[in-house]
Each structure stands twice: as C-alpha cells, then as structure tokens.
Ligand binder design. Structure first.
Ligand SMILES: [Zn+2]
Length: 302
C-alpha cells in the first residue's frame, strides 16, 4: 500500500537499537534462539512467528550491526522508498486510525505504543531478551512493538511470502493489534500459555489479524493531522493479495510444513493459514471491532 507523497512524518515515532552482528557474540545457534523464545513465552507478550524452528542462526548473517538511519523519514516518498521509513509511516497511520476508531467503536482512549526497530543479536525488553529468531513481537510489559529489520527478508526466504510494502505493513499492523488488545484488557484476561487450534493463544493471534485488517479498512480514508491528507492510497486487489499471502505464510500449518515437521494442530499458537487470512479479511471488509471477537465464536469458526 503506497503512502501519499504529501504526508509529513516524524522520524522520532520509532526508536532504533543496534546490538552487534547477528550470531557473532552468542554463537547464533538454535539453542540460543529456543532459550530466548522460552524466556519470552514465560514472561508473556510473545508473538512467535515460528521462525525459530527453522533458524539455524546463519540465515541472515549478512545483517550487520550498522545503525538504522531514520533521519530521512519525513515524507511519503521516503516511506515508499525505505523500509525503515515505511515503518515510521505505518506507525503514524496506525496511530491515526486507532486514535479515531478505538474511542468511536470501543469507548476507550488510544495511547500510542512505543515502536523499536532493531538489528543485531538480541534486544532487551520488559518481557525478557529476544533474539532475532523470535520475529516481530509485542511486549505488554513495556507497551512496545519490537521489529527486527532482518525479518522481512526472512519472511521471504524462509516462509515464501513476497516482501511487499503491504505485506510489511500487515506485520506491523498485527503487532499494533496486540497493543489494542492490551488496551482492551484482553492480554491480561486470557491464558496464552496453552496451544492448540482453539486455544486462547490462537484466538488472541487471529483477533490481532482481524485488527490488522481493520486498520487497512480505514487507512486510506483516515487523515494525516499534519497535512489534512490521507496517509495511504487505497490499495488495489493485487496489493491486498500480497498481505493475504503474508498472513497465509505465517500460518502455523504452513510454517510446520516448511520446517519439514508434520502438521500438528495441538501445538498451534497462531492459527492456520486459512484462519489467519479469513480473520484479516473480516477486519478488512467490515472495519468493525466487534466482528473481530474471536473469543466469542465456536472452535469450528476460528
Ligand atoms: Zn501476534
């Protein structure tokens, strides 16, 4: 989804962290990744994409420790050119959409999450330390979305989803969806330690997908308060399809198939490809938070 060239961005909407070359300091072994994942799981707030099961620590070794420069991220053109600027613009659009929709639809005030772009070995959070193998995640303890800048190339190379702008934006919008759930109290009310196709974990993730779709529903009509222009141009069907492809790629069954393991729905934490696409579409088509209540539907409708 392309950003309107006339919008104005604030590079300070994101913060950046660089922590050294990936794999160099801690060995980059999958055991390290698994430990990091377990730590996060125990401390809650984790959003595992499943990449850990395939990450041998070397898949993105070219990712260095260079700092992430967002100083040029001031315009829609920059957002359409540079990934880090697209992250800034996506966050600002999400802030604008949820700043309107959360009060209007749910009677709650919206408070912005922090958004950290990082590269390197690991990142320290209120939910514990995470390695880049974890994938993007939201930590309710510090109300922060963490996104490793190497994730999008991993998404393409390991999960087979084309790394397109709207696919990237879907990932960010999904993590902001967890922040909305946190504001709604859902994060603290649900038991996300369990797994399985109808577990609270999966219901939480599918609702975040639905909220991501809800953002797309409003993103091309919600106005940048700085300029009076919409943040985004209305996405075409082909662009939408790339987001649906990304949602499908991060389905548990697809990830299990890619990793060579058999499909085992008892271990699912995020839901099937089909479910993730369907709930994203529900938000996209309806723009109605109440239609995203994955906790209210029978297991057969997840
Ligand atoms: Zn999630």
């Amino acid at each position: 989804m392309s950003f309107n060239s006339g919008i104005e961005l604030d590079p300070d909407r994101v913060s950046t962290r660089s922590t050294g070359r990936r794999g160099a300091a801690i060995g980059g072994g999958s055991v390290v990744a698994v430990i990091a994942v377990m730590l996060l799981s125990q401390l809650t707030g984790v959003d595992l994409t499943g990449l850990v099961s395939q990450d041998d620590g070397g898949s993105a070794a070219q990712t260095g420790s260079s700092s992430i420069d967002t100083s040029m991220c001031t315009t829609g053109e920059a957002a359409n050119t540079y990934t880090q600027c697209r992250m800034v613009a996506t966050a600002e659009s999400l802030d604008a959409v949820w700043g309107e929709q959360l009060p209007a639809q749910d009677g709650r005030a919206y408070a912005k999450p922090d958004f950290v772009l990082w590269n390197g070995n690991q990142v320290s959070t209120a939910c514990g330390s995470a390695s880049s193998a974890v994938g993007p995640f939201y930590c309710p303890g510090d109300s922060t979305v963490y996104l490793d800048m190497s994730f999008f190339s991993d998404m393409e190379s390991q999960l087979g989803a084309n790394d397109t702008p709207l696919a990237e934006e879907y990932i960010v919008a999904h993590e902001f969806g967890h922040h909305i759930q946190n504001l709604q109290g859902t994060m603290s009310k649900t038991d996300r330690s369990g797994t399985g196709a109808d577990s609270d974990s999966v219901r939480t993730e599918l609702q975040a997908d639905c909220y991501a779709g809800t953002w797309v529903h409003y993103a091309s009509t919600t106005i940048d308060p700085e300029t009076g222009k919409p943040f985004l141009n209305k996405p075409g069907d082909e662009e939408i399809q790339t987001a649906l492809d990304a949602a499908s790629a991060v389905g548990d069954d697809h990830i299990q198939q890619r990793s060579g393991a058999g499909v085992d729905s008892d271990s699912w934490t995020h839901g099937s490809s089909e479910s993730r696409v369907r709930w994203f579409k529900t938000g996209l088509e309806q723009g109605d938070l109440s239609a995203c209540n994955t906790f209210a539907v029978a297991a057969s409708q997840l």
